[in-house]
Each structure stands twice: as structure tokens, then as C-alpha cells.
Design a protein around this ligand. Structure first.
Ligand code: SAH
Ligand code: MG
Length: 195
């Protein structure tokens, strides 16, 4: 997809307050993906397809992305965004709640990108670990959630999200099969490599 088309998608998403991946986060993930040349990526949280489209640039030949979204309007827009472009055969959208869809998947992935409901991150992690290939990478966006995750201020209404993000960090840190870094890029990015 050319940069002009991509810019349009990004501008429109930002105008509509759709929480697409931040530039610096994308840059960091791009550095990893350039090395990995993944064949199969799983994304949880498509929104309008912006990050998935960006990731296609780093796929190996014949590589594909499976991405999950539950919001009908966003699914429609994601489809519109990829339709008639050269990336359309590389992105497969699963329509529905990832909590229901993930357990039905039985594929192996080189990379998993978690970017959906924060309260479900520990569940998404469990499913990601089940499907990640050896040496594969699991990314989790928004892991520091505006700084709430690392602060002891606990009374905001995002409490459940914060508790689950902390749980995610604890699990990736304690899992002996994962090597994890928490990066203060964008809204926080967890990078966990499977041994
Ligand atoms: N990855 C996108 C942004 C995703 S925003 C990008 O960077 O371009 C998060 C999206 O996850 C939202 O569109 C929301 O509808 C979706 N989402 C949240 N919880 C979900 C769930 N349980 N199943 C499927 N989609 C979910
Ligand atoms: Mg995000």
C-alpha cells in the first residue's frame, strides 16, 4: 500500500478517536519485525486495519496476518481500507469477540500483537502462549496505560484494566519460557520472546 493511502487511513482514524498504534511504538515493533520476517502474525484488535496494514510490509513472502475485531463498524471500515489494495490477500479478519474466537484457533504464529480490551490481557496471553512458535514474539500494546500501571493511585475507574495489565506483566515476567522487556514507548509496550 502506498504511503499516501496509509496516511489517509491514519488521519481519518485519529479524527475519529480510534486508538491506532502510536508512531514510536510502530517504529519499535517494525525493528523487531524486520529481523524476524514473520510468516504468520496474529493481531488481537484490528480497529480499522491500520496496524495490520503497516505490518504487511515486514511479512516474509507469502506471509499473512490474522486479525480479530468485534466492532461491526470498524470491521466494515477495515475491509474498505484493505479492499482493492495489494495487501488485501495478506490480511484475514476474524469477526467477533476474541475471547470466543481465540480458543477455536489452532495455528502457530511467529508474532502475536495484543491490542484489545485491557481487562482481557491475561486471557489473551494464555492463548498467545498456546499458539506462539519457539523464538516467536508476543507484543502487548498499552501495557503501561497512561502511567496508571506503575503508579499506586488506584482509585480511577480503570481499576479493572490496571489490575489485569499488572497481572499480564507479572505472568510474562515469571514465565521461565519467556524473556520479557517492558518498554516505555508510546503507551507502554511489552515484548516477550518465547525461548
Ligand atoms: N491495532 C489497531 C488498534 C486496535 S484498538 C491499530 O493499531 O491500528 C482496539 C480494538 O480492539 C478496538 O477496535 C476494539 O473494538 C477491539 N476489541 C477490544 N476488545 C476486543 C475483543 N474482546 N475482541 C475483539 N476485538 C476487541
Ligand atoms: Mg494500542
Amino acid at each position: 500500500m502506498n504511503t499516501q493511502e496509509l496516511k489517509k487511513i491514519k488521519t481519518k482514524a485519529l479524527e475519529n478517536h480510534i486508538p491506532i498504534i502510536m508512531d514510536d511504538t510502530l517504529e519499535v515493533i517494525g525493528k523487531y519485525l524486520k529481523q524476524e520476517k514473520p510468516k504468520r502474525i496474529l493481531e488481537i484488535g484490528t480497529a480499522v486495519g491500520y496496524s495490520a496494514i503497516c505490518f504487511t510490509e515486514f511479512l516474509s513472502e507469502e506471509g499473512t496476518i490474522d486479525t480479530i475485531e468485534r466492532d461491526e463498524e470498524r470491521i466494515h471500515e477495515a475491509k474498505t481500507n484493505i479492499k482493492n489494495t495489494e495487501v488485501k490477500d495478506k490480511i484475514n479478519i476474524y469477526e467477533g469477540d476474541a475471547v470466543e474466537i481465540l480458543p477455536t484457533l489452532n495455528k502457530k504464529y511467529d508474532v502475536v500483537f495484543i491490542d484489545a480490551a485491557k481487562g482481557k490481557y491475561p486471557f489473551f496471553l494464555k492463548e498467545a502462549i498456546r499458539m506462539i512458535k519457539p523464538k516467536g514474539i508476543i507484543f502487548a500494546d498499552n501495557i503501561l496505560y497512561k502511567g496508571y500501571v506503575m503508579s499506586d493511585y488506584n482509585k480511577h475507574k480503570q481499576r479493572t484494566a490496571v489490575r489485569n495489565l499488572r497481572e499480564y506483566i507479572k505472568e510474562v515476567s515469571e514465565n521461565p519460557n519467556l524473556e520479557t522487556e517492558i518498554l516505555e514507548v508510546g503507551d507502554g509496550l511489552a515484548v516477550s520472546r518465547m525461548k
